[in-house]
Design a protein around this ligand. Structure first.
Ligand code: SAM
Ligand code: SF4
Ligand code: FES
Length: 348
């Protein structure tokens, strides 16, 4: 087996065997990684040109009934500051974002019982009524099929639900017994069936993760064929059981972004905030490895710091307008351009 042959195979067939993916991730050298990066960037340029889609992230609640071992919002974290946004506050975030060029609003939060189907459908309907040319993406964790159907009917276009890890035994090391990796993966198929543009994804370097786990994540994404894929490094949070675990690696995250791009040429692939948190130029590097989306924060200034899923999160002190200006400059500096566009999934 050799790395160059595997890269060539990824380029020509958009897939590889599990043992080849493991071999690639464990043996790739600097010059080979640069070849992989160039191939991934070329694929993204072919699909999207130098256009970068933006998504306005509205962090609507820091309340969560779950207890994921890695997340600062877990219910056992007594130090977390809890808040939830009202419909009016969420609409104000959209009002701020629209003139800045946002045409997708992502409503993300902990699994918070306050947002019943009735409350959530009302919020989605209000956004779609005020901004019919915008897409609404939900990222609210696991909800029942009927709830997801109602939200889709109310106008939600997309749903982000990272599978976190495709290996169910590994999933069980990251979550309490009440949560199930099998159920989460199944729900991703349900979301697709309900007509959502669906986003899966995983943390890179999460505790106890093996290279074989990552290969399985890549193959799960290949099989699911989601329209979006969110990956970012695991970053420890000081008030969680994983406080002393090492953070995920920059190089490994970038390598995985490039492999995902080659395996899924048209997938919408963000350079995540977590990537920008572990390295000042992390998001730019993500774009140069095949990512094509960035997700600036549109949450109200006074709550930014309280959506603390991991330590040292960037952009918590900045206004939405400052963030978009900053990101726009950063993208221009590497030859890319932020566009005012819904940025829907397109096959080709
Ligand atoms: N509650 C919803 C859910 O879990 O799908 C949405 C919000 S949750 C904070 C969004 C994502 O944050 C998770 O899917 C997870 O991958 C990521 N995340 C949580 N804790 C993290 C950490 N310590 N480091 C990096 N990413 C983390
Ligand atoms: Fe809750 Fe999501 Fe954090 Fe898990 S990752 S504790 S579900 S907010
Ligand atoms: Fe938020 Fe630079 S992207 S301040």
């Amino acid at each position: 087996m050799n790395v160059l042959d595997i890269i060539e195979k990824l380029k020509t067939t958009q897939t590889a065997e599990r043992d080849e993916l493991v071999f690639l991730l464990e043996n790739i050298t600097g010059s080979e990684r640069e070849m992989l990066r160039k191939a991934a960037q070329a694929t993204a340029l072919r699909q999207f040109g130098n256009k970068i889609y933006i998504r306005g992230l509205i962090e609507l609640s820091s309340v969560c009934k779950n207890d994921c071992f890695y997340c600062g919002l877990r219910r056992s974290n007594q130090n977390a500051v809890r808040y939830r946004l009202t419909k009016e506050q969420i609409l104000s975030c959209c009002d701020a974002g629209y003139p800045l060029g946002f045409r997708t609003f992502v409503l993300q939060g902990g699994e918070d019982g306050y947002y019943t189907d009735e409350v959530m459908c009302d919020i989605v309907r209000a956004i779609k009524e005020r901004y019919p040319d915008c897409a609404v993406t939900l990222s609210l964790g696991e909800r029942g099929e009927n709830s997801l159907r109602l939200l889709r009917k109310a106008g939600a276009d997309r749903y982000l639900l990272r599978h976190e890890t495709a290996d169910e035994a590994h999933y069980a090391m990251l979550h309490p017994e009440s949560m199930s990796g099998a159920r989460r993966k199944q729900l991703l198929y349900t979301l697709k069936r309900l007509g959502y543009q669906t986003g899966a994804g995983f943390m890179v370097g999460s505790p106890f993760q093996t290279t074989a786990n990552l290969a399985d994540d890549l193959l799960f994404i290949k099989a699911l064929q989601p329209q979006m894929c969110g990956i970012g490094p695991f970053i420890p949070h000081k008030d969680t059981p994983f406080r002393d675990m090492p953070q995920g690696g920059l190089t490994l995250t970038l390598t995985l972004l490039a492999v995902i791009r080659l395996m899924n040429p048209s997938v919408l692939l963000p350079a995540t905030t977590a990537l920008g948190t572990i390295h000042p130029d992390g998001r730019e590097m993500g774009i140069l490895h095949g990512a094509n989306v960035v997700m600036p924060n549109l949450s109200p200034q006074e709550h930014r710091r309280d959506y603390a899923i991991y330590d040292n999160k960037i952009c918590t002190g900045d206004e939405a307008a400052e963030c978009i200006k900053c990101l726009s400059g950063r993208m221009n500096a590497i030859g890319y351009q932020i566009v005012t566009d819904r940025g829907d999934f397109r096959t080709q």
